[in-house]
Design a protein around this ligand. Structure first.
Ligand code: PNS
Length: 164
């Protein structure tokens, strides 16, 4: 059984993430989408909300499950019998940022990182950009699933109301 993990913060899940998960599901027998829930003050959505949105987004993929993890990704892999981490590569910045993480993870345990190039239509897409554009009223409806767009609009309105 070949099992892979697609890790990330997913704050929130975008169409680019879903494209990577779909491609992972075609390459591996089982895929676990793992939401890193290490404490961070900068998240828009709670870990539970991010996991719930991913479950809805991945509901159509039979061999994909969604889970959360704290601590090291390699510990999550060891606990779940996972030997492959699958990640998408977008721009040059990812090529700087990702290999050291892959090498560190490989040095900690027997886990291999598999990189897939992001589909061209999603190469600019990042959760952080989606949030920023949405916060300033830009249209991100084509970049995330509809239910995520609704949740994002609602949460940003709540945040704006809180801040007066
Ligand atoms: O979507 P992101 O923010 O790029 O996801 C980053 C994530 C969660 C995959 C990464 O930060 C991670 O693996 N965190 C778990 C802690 C860990 O294992 N750190 C060592 C990495 S070499």
């Amino acid at each position: 059984m070949r099992r892979a993990v697609c890790p990330g913060s997913f704050d929130p899940v975008t169409n680019g993430h879903i494209d990577i998960v779909q491609r992972a599901s075609a390459l591996f027998d089982e895929v676990v989408v793992a939401v890193g829930v290490n404490k961070s003050k900068n998240r828009l959505f709670t870990p539970e909300e991010r996991i719930e949105m991913l479950r809805e987004a991945c509901a159509g993929f039979d061999n994909v499950t969604v889970d959360g993890f704290t601590g090291l990704l390699t510990d999550f892999c060891a606990q779940n019998g996972i030997h492959a981490i699958l990640k998408g590569l977008r721009a040059v910045s990812d090529f700087d940022y990702e290999p050291p993480m892959a090498q560190m993870n490989a040095s900690l345990t027997d886990v291999e990182t598999v990189f897939v190039p992001t589909s061209p239509e999603y190469s600019f897409l990042a959760s952080s950009l989606v949030k920023e554009v949405a916060m300033f009223g830009g249209d991100v409806s084509a970049l995330v699933p509809d239910f995520v767009h609704r949740a994002l609009t609602k949460r940003l309105a709540e945040r704006a109301a809180e801040q007066g």
